[in-house]
Design a protein around this ligand. Sequence first.
Ligand SMILES: Cc1cc2nc3c(=O)[nH]c(=O)nc-3n(C[C@H](O)[C@H](O)[C@H](O)COP(=O)(O)OP(=O)(O)OC[C@H]3O[C@@H](n4cnc5c(N)ncnc54)[C@H](O)[C@@H]3O)c2cc1C
Length: 433
Amino acid sequence: MSETGGGGSASNTAGNPASDASRDMIVIGAGIVGICCALYLQRDGHRVTVLDPQEPGGGASFGNSGIFATDHCAPNAKPGLLWELPRMLLDPLGPLTLRWRYLPRALPWLWRFLAAGRPQAVEAASLALHALNLQAMEAYRPLLDDAQAHGLIRKNGWLLVYESTAAFERARPLKIDLRHKRGVPLEVLDAKGVRELEPALTPAVRHGVYFPEVSQTTDPFALVQALAADFRRRGGVIQTGRVTGFGFGPGGVEKVHTDGGPFPADGVVLAAGAHSKTLARRLGAKVPLDTERGYHAMLPDPGISLKVPVISGDFHCAMTPMDGGLRVGGSVELAGVDAPPNYARADKLVSVAKRVLPGLNDAGVTRWMGRRPSMPDSLPVIGPSPRVPNAFFAFGHGMLGLTHGALTGRIVADLVAGRAPPLDLTPYRPERF
Ligand SMILES: Cc1cc2nc3c(=O)[nH]c(=O)nc-3n(C[C@H](O)[C@H](O)[C@H](O)COP(=O)(O)OP(=O)(O)OC[C@H]3O[C@@H](n4cnc5c(N)ncnc54)[C@H](O)[C@@H]3O)c2cc1C
């Protein structure tokens, strides 16, 4: 048995040993994805331990914009992006930026990202995202029931707004036409309609698109904490520890090594968000995972109120009403997982939010940076390891990890049990690149 990483050698076609038996399952990562995997595995009767150096929800799941974006059915890359990219990347505080020192390491990811903007790739990714969206909220329902956490969820829809008619028309193919094609409910609003819905918005807003079926959480961190508390209440273990490698035997992973010692395992789920790449390699898959770092500013006493989350399409900035005030979030920064935060990006979000919401009060603002776990094709990695029979992947959810967390957990539990998952997993398989 090899005690460190390096990948197992057994073929996955061997299937899951004792698929009807209760097993010792290790989940790596206590973000929204890992906790949902843990809960669904626990519902199947497995003994589940979650390992994370941080408290549950301390990663990207802490500070997201809280939108269950089940309308979102386009990848982040789009046709023609190549020509816009240099201008975007050169603006250090623009919505998309790259730290130049990171360019050599980002290039392979960027190359694939641009390829994902080809029309056929956009259509394929759109179908794959929509397939997840269709079951996303239903997968949350039993977890919210058990955790009595429905109070953290509101279904009021969200509103996309534009001041610039040119920007609105440029966005139309992906923001409206593609969603229409997928059957996403939406209402196109004029300036009057927008202001009737959200009077706090600047009169400069001339166009809006309202997605009435979308839900939000009023506190993403509290949601993970509530789900984690329910997991513990039912006998689940959450252990502080950073996973460093694996010990392998004939059936795959037998031990999970951490900085605090080894844990025996009958199976392992990798849900370490943006930090999953190295561990995935040790579990037999080379995945082009990187991070699109995002920022938020939390305004505890905003002085205005919004009924629904609002995203400015002009400035790529989300403004979400939450329990602790107004959260202004957004920005994509390609700089790797380890670079220190540049909080000027959060300040920039506040300045554009003040333009969109005149009268916004930023006293007492707090700032945060989070690492979205991003695949270049904007699709998560969900599926069995191609080489290690009892290892399963659940990471790479990019901008939609909150949205797809529960469904990912349900799928992973199905795979571990040897049940057919509720949708075709081909688009999300780890070996697709
Ligand atoms: C500004 C911003 C706004 C966003 N808005 C939305 C939104 O509105 N809707 C939406 O759906 N998504 C949104 N997202 C994306 C969403 O937050 C992420 O996709 C999601 O949180 C990813 O969850 P995760 O569990 O995979 O990762 P994380 O929450 O990052 O959890 C991964 C965990 O793994 C742990 N870990 C790392 N390495 C190890 C190791 N070696 N051993 C053990 N544990 C390890 C980490 O400590 C961490 O706790 C947003 C993201 C950002 C940054």
